[in-house]
Write a protein that binds this ligand. Structure first.
Ligand code: HEC
Length: 433
């Protein structure tokens, strides 16, 4: 007689779901863990060790937080785990995951999607935001600043955590590249190891910083994200797929830190930049005409995600172009002007933002949007916030002129004259400085 082995009883019931391929449907995401209680389960301690060793190179938090948080059913865990470990160990991992009491989201949760709402169109976005299809003529700087991009529903689809059939998800297809951890005397490895012990924000920031340096440093022969303006083709060394994967890996680290701590507010521009960076990898894939699945959508959604946490941070042109390519010009206009009001005092960026608003805005929005942008520049200049370098001044003037030129093509008659007057007031103040 075979010896009674509790583990194999669970194994049969868990594997049944896995083998029939319908385990995920049997147990709804977010539901209670199926199966009998712990006595019959694998060994949680062993599962914890196994997760670190066998899963952690891709599941960056190392402890299985994501698998628990997104409520993947036991059957799914086993089905995925057996790609990497034997079935007994898979059950140990299930037992370990069950020790977390954090089934807070599901596999369909679009992580950080404002209001968890995905709008159907650009028009719906405009109407929802302003209650009308147009930039509100009476919107003030403070009024716009009071609109928090983290709470404005958009028609940009944010990635879910894990999708097997597409790349619109967070999980990186590739494990973290050892070469990135080793670069610069092992700076990233050192910082990560510390983070895994302390789980502190400071150590997270150190690790992320080191990884961001590793992924793009020209001195690093293994860096997948090298952009080198001194070459004829600055993107000659850029490997978009690997860059995308490396940056997704770093991104999952930041996301899990926030989800674990229940943080929904911005924590640090540098950390949210990692998400913007993923979008930038996809943008580069488009520029290079690489064969890259969902490049435009990834470009727009990752950049929007990063931007929504740090609207002061990046030139609005990059995200704006992505949004326009997806036929979301109202979103693009909002991004340009919401960025503008968030800019630091002496920044040149607000001048580029108004130009971008002129370019991106639907013709029916142009008049009020560009007028807003020009007024914002006037307010800055009147407050003495002047771009500080000589070059910057010339560029500011150029952008103001271009904003007018582009806008004028979308306006007519008296509107054009009014815009010209406004432009000249901005130029006058600029030239006085
Ligand atoms: C080589 C990288 C890699 C390793 C190693 C890895 N995973 Fe994953 N895992 C992924 C990716 C990528 C996804 C996202 C889905 C996809 O693209 O296939 C994922 C998704 C999952 C999911 C969700 C699947 C779903 O239905 O969406 C679970 C559960 C999971 N992994 C568990 C594990 C466990 C447990 C281990 C270790 C025994 C492990 N993974 C090791 C890359 C990895």
């Amino acid at each position: 007689m075979p010896q009674y082995r509790p583990r194999s009883i669970v194994l049969v019931s868990v594997l049944f779901g896995a083998l029939t391929g319908c385990g995920d449907d049997l147990v709804g995401p977010g539901g209670a863990p199926e199966g009998p209680p712990d006595v019959l389960m694998g060994d949680a301690m062993a599962g914890r060790v196994a997760f670190v060793e066998e899963c952690g190179t891709c599941h960056s938090a190392l402890d299985g937080f994501d698998v628990a948080f997104f409520s993947f059913p036991d059957t799914t865990i086993v089905r995925r785990a057996v790609h990497h470990v034997d079935t007994a160990t898979a059950l140990d991992i299930v037992a370990h995951i069950r020790t977390f009491d954090i089934r807070q989201a599901t596999r369909t949760t679009r992580v950080f999607q404002p209001q968890q709402a995905l709008l159907g169109s650009d028009l719906e976005f405009g109407l929802g935001l302003f209650g009308q299809d147009g930039w509100p003529a009476d919107l003030t700087t403070d009024g716009l600043l009071a609109i928090n991009p983290r709470t404005v529903p958009v028609a940009v689809e944010f990635p879910v955590w894990s999708v097997e059939e597409s790349n619109i998800d967070w999980m990186p297809e590739l494990p973290v590249d050892e070469a990135l951890l080793d670069f610069n005397g092992g700076a990233a490895r050192f910082a990560l190891d510390r983070y895994y012990v302390t789980r502190s924000l400071e150590d997270l920031a150190q690790a992320v910083l080191a990884l961001r340096i590793s992924d793009r440093a020209r001195e690093n022969p293994d860096a997948p994200c090298i952009e080198d303006p001194s070459r004829d083709d600055p993107l000659a060394l850029f490997r978009s797929q690997e860059c995308f994967e490396a940056r997704r890996w770093t991104s999952t680290l930041v996301a899990q830190h926030m989800l674990r701590a229940g943080l929904v507010i911005p924590i640090s521009p540098v950390l949210h930049d990692v998400w913007w960076d993923v979008g930038n990898a996809a943008r580069r894939a488009v520029n290079r005409r690489d064969d890259f699945e969902n490049a435009e959508l990834n470009w727009a959604s990752w950049m929007y995600l990063g931007w929504s946490f740090a609207p002061q941070q990046h030139a609005s042109v990059y995200l704006g172009i992505a949004l326009n390519r997806l036929e979301l010009p109202r979103h693009a206009t909002f991004v340009a002007l919401r960025s503008q009001v968030a800019r630091p005092r002496r920044s040149i960026a607000p001048y580029r933002d108004v130009r971008n608003a002129a370019i991106f805005s639907p013709a029916t929005w142009t008049r009020a949007a560009v007028r807003f942008g020009f007024h914002q520049l006037l307010e800055r200049l009147e407050a003495g916030w002047v771009p500080d370098e000589e070059e910057a001044l010339a560029e500011a003037i150029e952008n103001v002129e271009e904003a007018y030129d582009v806008a004028a093509r979308k306006l007519f008659g008296i509107q054009t004259e009014e815009m010209l007057e406004l432009r000249d007031r901005v130029l006058e103040l600029l030239e006085q400085t």
